[in-house]
Design a protein around this ligand. Structure first.
Ligand code: SF4
Length: 322
């Protein structure tokens, strides 16, 4: 697999400061040495419990947060050390769709201003070309031209997310980080937005990093999945293989909790994890999952498991596999 997006040893820590000199005395280890690649036109799902660091990773990849360490490349252009002069062209290539379409749209701006603003900054479109392009874009996301004179509060959640998607596409990016793009929407609207994103992927030849805690949505939408736990990636695999044959105990627990319309399913086989996700300020030693793992062994608290290849494109970090 040739990576279009290459993330290598990415680390993000947030310092905790205090005292008279406001010195750093601890740090939140939000993203802890993660590496993965996304091929051109691929959709990679990044899943895990709330607080596992998936959104922080997405923001570091886009350059919205400065990483503490590691490298992010788009088509061999380094994102983390980019020359300020090239930042504009980078922003044009990478965009984000936010979880909450209401708070991500400026309530004081009309939809017309919201959609045209990036064009004014990044492109030298004439006024008539701008209008034509926006009209075409609205058509693609299933909205009418009449929305242009209205304000974000006048729309339903689904319509607002369509506007958020249109805004992300205005600069015709190649890579989009979709951060929980449907989790704030009603279930009936979720399918519409996912289908829209799938169609736009073909139309614009997009590559997606799809961040979600909803495994049913990820199964429907992603080509490959990376599972995160406490700032680390513990398993990656093609979507169907991951759902058919998960190897990491955490992935198995996550998948066993997915509600399925199968009345004959034996619920006693569900894996209920005990305890809360530990604090990322003081994460456990060795395998970070050892405090909750039903298969924990002596070695687990002492040594971090290394990445083991299970199958083609299927990797997991667990001592049970070595
Ligand atoms: Fe569980 Fe040990 Fe595997 Fe970690 S390394 S997932 S604690 S068995």
């Amino acid at each position: 697999m040739t990576g279009f997006i290459k993330v290598k040893n990415l680390i993000k820590e947030f310092p905790i400061r205090g005292g008279f000199f406001n010195k750093q005395y601890e740090a939140v280890h939000a993203v802890n040495d993660i590496s993965f690649e996304i091929a051109k036109g691929e959709t990679l799902g990044l899943v895990g419990e709330s607080g596992c660091g998936k959104s922080t990773a997405g923001r570091c990849i886009l350059g919205l947060l400065p990483p503490t360490g590691g490298s992010v490349r788009i088509d061999d252009m380094e994102v983390t050390e980019i020359d300020p002069a090239l930042k504009k062209s980078l922003k044009q290539r990478m965009q984000i769709i936010f979880q909450n379409p209401y708070s991500s749209l400026n309530p004081r701006m009309t939809i017309d201003t919201i959609l045209k603003e990036p064009l004014l900054i990044h492109r030298n479109f004439s006024k008539s070309k701008q209008n034509d392009f926006i009209a075409k874009l609205l058509d693609m996301v299933g909205l009418d031209r009449s929305v242009l004179s209205r304000y974000p509060h006048e729309f339903s959640g689904g319509q607002r997310q369509r506007i958020g998607i249109a805004r992300a596409l205005v600069l015709q990016p190649e890579f989009i980080v979709a951060d929980e793009p449907v989790s704030a929407l009603d279930i009936s609207i979720q399918a519409q937005i996912l289908n829209l994103m799938q169609n736009l992927k073909k139309e614009f030849r997009l590559t997606y990093l799809f961040i979600s805690h909803d495994l049913s949505v990820v199964r429907h939408f992603c080509d490959r999945v990376a599972v995160m736990y406490l700032g680390e990636i513990v398993e990656t695999a093609p979507t169907e293989e991951l759902f058919r044959s998960p190897k990491h105990p955490y992935t198995r627990a996550l998948l066993s909790s997915v509600p399925l319309p199968e009345p004959e399913r034996d619920l006693s086989k569900r894996i209920i994890l005990k305890g809360d996700i530990p604090s990322p300020v003081n994460p456990p030693s060795g395998c970070k999952f050892h405090t909750r793992c039903p298969h924990v062994m002596d070695i687990c608290s002492k040594t971090s498991p290394s990445k083991t290849q299970v199958n083609y494109e299927h990797f997991a970090n667990c001592h049970l596999l070595t």
